[in-house]
Design a binder for this molecule. Structure first.
Ligand SMILES: N[C@@H](CCC(=O)N[C@@H](CS)C(=O)NCC(=O)O)C(=O)O
Length: 214
């Protein structure tokens, strides 16, 4: 498979899943700041001009973190990384959709790219603050869903890698994680595949997960 990714981005979730599953893949770095995502050769693969994208063994392309994670979890490695019962499957999907659409699409997008929400640079500080508030509120909700459980879908699975990327972003920008999320983040950091991916993407896993909870 061919995996189109950018270090330290939402594609880190898929990178972790591919490593955990010991999949064989070719990694292709898309340099977002340089605008690689808008080049005709990349648009021919993914017209959405974003990462991640995964070219599957049959040549078809999958986009969207939640969809790629679902397909890998459900279809590969005998579903070992996807819950076996309907309730846990549904909860895993619920968390993946909330992470990608609300926490990332509404919250972190405002923090990292306020210019996408207003061309007026004077409004950017307010937009960024709105993003932080949305993320904190959303983290509180996911924190409750993790009460009494170590992993999102019962056992460890692809939804945990999806939740991980927003926890990692919070750590990078100094946003405190509530208790259950911090425990989940640290449990992820302790997984060999996660530290391997972080090192490959240019991070020092030993320096992460230090901050105390709110
Ligand atoms: N809804 C998409 C969002 C993907 C997305 O926003 N990716 C970012 C990187 S984290 C990107 O490629 N941005 C393109 C850009 O900055 O121009 C998904 O969940 O995969």
């Amino acid at each position: 498979m061919k995996f189109y990714m950018t270090p330290g981005s939402c594609s880190t979730a898929i990178h972790i899943i591919l490593e955990e599953m010991e999949e064989i893949f070719e990694a292709h770095i898309v340099n977002l700041p340089a605008g690689d995502q808008f080049k005709p050769e990349y648009l021919a693969i993914n017209p959405k001009a974003n990462i991640p994208a995964l070219v599957r063994p049959d040549g078809t392309v999958l986009t969207e973190v939640a969809a790629i994670a679902f397909w890998l979890g459900r279809a590969r490695k005998r579903g070992q990384f996807w819950p076996a019962n309907l309730e846990d499957e549904t909860r895993a999907l619920e968390t993946m959709i909330f992470v990608t659409s609300s926490l990332h699409g509404h919250g972190f997008a405002r923090i990292f790219a306020p210019g996408q929400f207003s061309a007026d640079s004077q409004a950017h500080a307010t937009i960024e603050a709105q993003g932080r508030a949305l993320v904190q509120k959303g983290f509180g909700i996911v924190n409750q869903t993790l009460e009494g459980r170590k992993w999102v879908g019962g056992d460890y699975g692809v939804a945990d890698a999806v939740l991980f990327y927003v926890e990692f972003w919070a750590d990078k920008i100094g946003l405190a994680l509530p208790a259950n999320l911090l425990a989940h983040y640290r449990a992820m950091l302790a997984r060999p595949a996660v530290s391997q991916v972080l090192r490959e993407e240019g991070y020092a896993p030993d320096k992460l997960g230090q901050r105390d909870r709110v």
